[in-house]
Design a protein around this ligand. Structure first.
Ligand SMILES: Cc1cc2nc3c(=O)[nH]c(=O)nc-3n(C[C@H](O)[C@H](O)[C@H](O)COP(=O)(O)O)c2cc1C
Length: 174
């Protein structure tokens, strides 16, 4: 089995998860690529492809969606990072918006999603929206920003590694 990890990452959070997945896959034949560096040959050789992204304005980069759309006959697992808390419903929302791009002749193996710290400009923009009297919605967003600062943490990386091993085992036993 040959594994390929592909990711897009603007500030490094998703790259850290991608590296954790790459390291954890118990497989000698494996490669890791940024989505902009993927060659056709990398895709042709791969049996199991992990595709990683960060959530931007409720969606995912077109480069990632186009890539998924182009994969055929592969096992595919997806992973991502986002600023908002990862509730079951948020994970399902992201999952369904991404997996709809996976062709029917692929086998979908699951999603790993965790929080990732956001750029400080996001906090500054949110803080500037806060009225001087204070408002609960903006305070909640600022709290959310501060909570995300700690991520990805060691547990996120360990959980991503466990996810990677589970996907590889599924593929091997298929
Ligand atoms: C312009 C912008 C838009 C974002 N939109 C969302 C969003 O809609 N939902 C969310 O949960 N996080 C959002 N985030 C937070 C990022 O998804 C999060 O910080 C992610 O870990 C960044 O990953 P990276 O370091 O790999 O680029 C946004 C961040 C930026 C900069």
């Amino acid at each position: 089995m040959r594994v390929l990890v592909i990711y897009i990452s603007a500030t490094g959070n998703t790259k850290r998860i991608a590296n954790a997945i790459f390291q954890a896959v118990p497989c000698a034949e494996k490669d890791i690529r940024e989505v902009s560096d993927v060659q056709t040959e990398d895709l042709t050789k791969a049996d199991l492809v992990f595709v990683g992204f960060w959530v931007k304005n409720g969606s995912v980069s077109m480069a990632i969606l186009d890539l998924l759309d182009s994969l055929h006959g592969k096992d595919i697992a997806i992973f991502g990072t986002c600023g908002l808390p990862v509730t079951d419903s948020y994970r399902r929302e992201i999952e369904s918006s991404v997996t709809v791009w996976i062709p029917d002749d692929c086998r979908y193996r699951g999603i790993f999603l965790c929080r990732g710290r956001m750029n400080i400009q996001v906090r500054e923009r949110w803080a500037s929206m806060r009225s001087t009297a204070g408002d609960a919605a903006t305070d909640q967003m600022l709290q959310s920003f501060d909570d995300a600062l700690l991520h990805p943490d060691d547990k996120d990386l360990a959980d991503a590694a466990a996810f990677a091993r589970q996907c590889a085992a599924q593929r091997q036993s298929a």
